[in-house]
Design a protein around this ligand. Structure first.
Ligand code: GLV
Ligand code: MN
Ligand code: MN
Ligand code: MN
Length: 439
């Protein structure tokens, strides 16, 4: 059959997505169960079951399976010629209160591609593959795009192994890989698992496509982001006997820092978010002496992320030393207000520009699918969220394909894309890969 005759099957795609959602819908570690929500945390039992299903399914579609030392799973379907496969990839892990599309869709699109090739007995020129990257979300083990980061050589394997779960128990990532049977033998590296190219289908996670009634976003790149943990050491003491003026309340200072971070973000037209905050000892009648919180800093420009981080460090130090910043009161000089503030950089991802060859294949694929409505239904877009394609692109030609999602919402059980849009995106993936295969 010719390319124009190969059709993805919408019903099969959606049934598979919903079938595999059984792994990770349960409430665990205090998470909220919902009808549509997912909680498939990296290397949890649910993740293991979804991984086992991925391995069985791709194997039955004629793939060879490789699991690498960081638990990335590569399913490769041989082609006529020797050489690296063109991959479709994304992630099966979700946020603690995630949905059924972020990540999952990209993997299932790859599996639907394999099914179409299989049932039509297509032999591609080169191998094609589907990859499930470990811990894209960085929710349970707080480094995002971790598996692809290690594979690409940008994130050290040992650092990844030593990450500790911040949800539930405090197991290390290596212990959990071992426990669920996904500590692979193959070194986690591009050299051990080279790729000809990497394509990733994803929901937009933003409102643009839906607002403009477009069907596909051809992704040009991804904004830069850095993650930090700030630790404030103050002093624990009794809430009832320590006068306000005698305190070193780490949480009070943290609240000023976080408030100020919003102002710095506004000044630079950047984004800054605190997503985790821990106050210790965590007692109603003890003043918190130790606080840790995260900062996620983003902008399309690397220089802006650096400028925001520099401003934050400078102004936090000023506030911590008891001096005001603008109209923000350090807390006066009457109190003790003796603090030690330390910063750790948890990860740093520079801005990404995707590859013109891949982008061209996607453009041609959208013309295959939409014909003379392409201009109306397809636009270029850039990604606010990180994706495994960021690290894939450091090693091989890469791009992404976005479909609209309702209200631009993700990382939420309300996450939703229509079956039609999921299938259209999958069709664009299939055609893009087949076009790349023939380049
Ligand atoms: C990862 O997906 C991120 O954007 O944080
Ligand atoms: Mn994702
Ligand atoms: Mn996500
Ligand atoms: Mn992501």
């Amino acid at each position: 059959p010719r390319l124009s005759q190969l059709r993805v099957q919408q019903d099969r795609l959606m049934e598979t997505i919903h079938y595999t959602s059984r792994w990770g819908t349960g409430a665990r570690w205090g998470e909220r169960p919902t009808d549509t929500g997912m909680s498939r945390l990296t290397l949890s039992d649910a993740d293991k079951e979804a991984r086992d299903w991925f391995v069985d399914t791709t194997r039955s579609l004629g793939c060879h399976i490789t699991v690498d030392a960081i638990g990335n799973i590569f399913a490769v379907r041989p082609g006529k010629k020797e050489g690296p496969a063109t991959f479709v990839g994304s992630h099966l892990d979700t946020q603690p209160t995630g949905g059924r599309y972020d990540g999952v869709l990209g993997v299932q699109a790859g599996i639907e591609m394999l099914r179409v090739l299989h049932e039509n007995e297509i032999q591609t020129e080169y191998a094609v593959g589907v990859v499930n990257w470990t811990n894209e979300e960085g929710a349970r083990f707080p480094v995002s795009m971790m598996g692809s980061g290690v594979w690409s050589g940008f994130f050290p394997l040992e650092d990844a192994y030593n990450l500790r779960s911040v949800i539930g128990n405090q197991a290390t990532l290596r212990e959990e890989l071992e426990r669920i049977g996904y500590l692979g033998q193959t070194p986690a590296s591009y050299e051990s698992m080279p790729m000809a190219a990497h394509f990733e289908l994803h929901i937009e996670q933003g409102p643009a496509l839906e607002a403009e009634r477009r069907k596909i976003g051809v992704v040009q790149g991804v904004q830069a982001y850095n993650w930090f943990t700030v630790e404030i050491q103050g002093k624990d003491s009794h809430t009832g006997t320590t006068p306000l003026a005698n305190r070193s309340d780490a949480l009070l200072l943290a609240s000023k820092f976080i408030l100020h971070s919003h102002r710095i973000a506004t000044k630079h037209s950047a984004l800054v978010t605190t997503g985790i905050l821990t106050a210790l000892p965590g007692s109603t009648n003890t003043i918190p002496g130790l606080v840790r919180f995260t900062l996620d800093v983003r902008s399309p420009k690397n220089e802006t992320v650096e400028a925001v981080a520099a401003d934050l460090k400078r102004d936090f130090a000023t506030l911590a030393s008891g001096q005001d910043v603008g109209d923000l009161h350090a807390g006066g000089t009457a109190g003790r207000n003796e603090f030690k503030v330390s910063w750790t950089t948890d990860s740093a991802t520079s801005a990404t520009v995707f590859h013109e060859d891949c982008i061209r294949c996607v453009r041609e694929a959208t013309s295959d699918v939409f014909g003379d409505r392409t201009k109306e239904l397809v636009r270029d877009i850039s990604s606010g969220a990180g994706h495994d394609s960021v690290y894939a692109s450091r090693r091989c030609p890469t791009t992404m394909i976005f479909i609209p999602c309702r209200d631009g919402v993700s990382h939420n059980p309300a996450e939703y894309s229509t079956p039609e849009d999921c299938a259209l995106g999958t069709q664009v993936v299939l055609n893009s890969v087949l076009r790349y295969d023939k380049l």
